[in-house]
Write a protein that binds this ligand. Sequence first.
Ligand SMILES: [Zn+2]
Ligand SMILES: [Zn+2]
Length: 143
Amino acid sequence: MSTNNDELITAFKAKGYRITKQRLIILNALRNTATHPTAEEIYNMVKPQIPNISLGTVYRTLGALEELGLLQKLVYGGSFSRYDGNVNAHYHAVCLDCGKVLDVDEPVLSNLEERFSSETGFTIVGHKLEFHGYCKDCCKRKN
Ligand SMILES: [Zn+2]
Ligand SMILES: [Zn+2]
């Protein structure tokens, strides 16, 4: 996925955030991976580029980026969250063995929302659908 830094800078400025190199590096790292990394994994990804960064700064930056709507925070009830640089609506599949989170390349069920909404008068602002199971690698390892 390509990243338009100008667009990001505009988003930061609109919310009164300062645009720091750190923030751009962290966001770019997140946008260029499909692994849905944890904060600690992101920390390890950006450390070569920002040697003096702390894990606390990574957490604070992720919080700011979430507030700006530039990332999605994925909470799975565990002790840590995962982060997704793709903010377009999409589903995830979670491996119950290794914890890997994969993007599901299937259309979002907006007609389901529309149907339910027109039947019940319920105003829908979003929905969640998540697939649980075992990834290819874990299946291979077991056999
Ligand atoms: Zn797995
Ligand atoms: Zn995703």
